[in-house]
Design a protein. Structure first.
Length: 439
């Protein structure tokens, strides 16, 4: 979502005459678009701001200016504290307010130190300018489209409800218009995104509530759009209609990122996840029943307050039961203002590190096994760019795997059948097996 927001801020600033600078040292304006989901990500911002403050002083000594903006979720969570901690910051703007960036910059230039952290998502999407075809083309053949923001789940480890606000869904017509512009500009894959994307319930042109699968049905009708994805989903919002869409909609990729966080029912309850391990396994079973070739990835947190070795073993058991294609995993990071951070039964860092290493070994073995199992198969690959070597092009399989083949640049933007011949640590190698085009 930060990639999407950064692109939209670039669109806004382009209308004000800004172009991207090749180096920070050449920039007149630096925008840090920040994440607050983990402590390390938030603290890195202040380290970066310290470096930029030195650059700003050097520019001032040369008779030049440098404006510094902090945007995103750290801006939303900490507001004016950011400017108090680092006086070099000119402007702080939250993720629901960045559509006002040009006006806020004008205020800052007039001497104000501005912090705008209002929640105004609907106003934001109405005010954002459309990117030009050149801007769309420069960003590649795959594009994100935000359809939903915020979250009402209030997991006890998570800051999203406090930094992104309550769940809000964009209107169907607005999303379809944005998608049409992207496809007209050369985009061939659209990824619908939201903090809790499968909670989407947007109003259509007739005022009816439309679920996520309804959006996919509309988008599937775009002839030049070859692939659809979505992220990130919550298990309790995986409805029968959305599960069935994986069987009925050919363009919907057979890959789903579905965070579970823990395999322990006790920990899941403490996390306020609203599902247990059995519910999660049932969702996976139903998905595989309607789409046998679907691959699942997930998120895991180890060392949540009060987690015992028995709880951790339950997580490993769930991993073994599902057999994930890939996963993301993190040590629990207390976030200020969340219920988890107030608990007294925090897990020590050595235990968290040990459990993280054991979990990583388990999911990494599954990822490598999944990649190895694709050798000999023919997969549809959407080619996105030139490869690292001359005469090589690179793309993504339906399962989000990087795939490299020897091929012509003219294949970029096309969905082609590729026979996988080898699986490396981080990518697959293959060869185009026929000249059939899908787009």
């Amino acid at each position: 979502m930060n990639v999407y927001d950064a692109a939209r801020m670039s669109d806004l600033l382009a209308k004000e005459g800004y172009d991207a600078a090749a180096r920070e040292e050449d920039a007149e304006l630096v925008v840090l678009n920040t994440c607050h989901i983990r402590e390390k990500a938030a603290e890195k911002i202040y380290s970066e701001l310290g470096r930029l403050a030195v650059l700003k002083e050097e520019r001032r000594a040369q008779g030049k200016s440098l404006e510094i903006v902090v945007a995103g979720c750290v801006a939303q969570a900490e507001g004016e504290l950011v400017m108090r901690r680092q006086r070099a910051v000119d402007l702080v703007v939250g993720p629901q307010s960045y559509h006002r960036l040009p006006a806020l910059l004008k205020e800052a230039r007039e001497g104000a130190r501005v912090a705008d952290t209002d929640f105004a998502a609907r106003e934001k999407f109405q005010a954002l300018p459309a990117p030009t075809k050149a801007q769309i083309a420069a960003r590649g053949v795959s594009a994100f489209v935000t359809v939903q923001e915020g979250c009402d789940k209030f997991c006890s480890f998570c800051v999203v409800p406090y930094t992104r606000g309550a769940e809000i869904s964009r209107k169907v017509e607005s999303i379809i218009e944005e998608a049409r512009r992207l496809v007209d500009g050369g985009v061939r894959e659209i990824v619908l995104i939201g903090q809790n994307v499968n909670a989407y319930r947007g109003e259509d042109e007739a005022g009816r509530s439309t679920p996520l699968e309804g959006l996919f049905e509309r988008l599937s009708a775009f002839d030049d759009l070859t692939r659809l994805r979505y992220t990130t989903s919550h298990p309790v919002d995986m409805t029968e209609g959305l599960i069935d869409a994986h069987a009925s909609l050919e363009k919907l990729a057979p890959f789903l990122h579905l965070p579970v966080q823990s395999g322990s029912d006790r920990v899941l309850k403490e996390m306020n996840r609203r599902h247990d391990a059995r519910h999660y396994l049932d969702v996976v079973e139903r998905l595989r029943r309607v789409r046998p070739d679907i691959a699942i990835s997930s998120d895991f947190i180890v060392g949540f307050p009060g987690e015992t070795e028995e709880d951790f073993q339950a997580t490993l058991a769930l991993i073994d039961a599902v057999e994930f294609a890939s996963s993301f995993f993190f040590k629990y990071s207390p976030r200020p203002g969340t219920p988890g951070a107030e608990r007294e039964d925090q897990i020590d860092e050595d235990t968290k590190r040990d459990r993280l290493a054991r979990l990583e070994a388990r999911v990494e073995a599954q990822r490598r096994a999944f990649n190895a199992a694709t050798v000999g198969r023919t997969l549809e690959v959407l080619f996105e760019k030139q490869g690292r070597h001359d005469g090589q092009i690179a793309g993504k399989s339906p399962y989000m795997q990087a795939v490299h083949v020897d091929g012509d640049e003219g294949e970029i933007g096309r969905l082609r059948p590729v026979k996988i011949v080898a699986a490396g640590p981080n990518s697959l190698s293959g060869e185009i097996v026929e000249a059939r085009e899908f787009a």
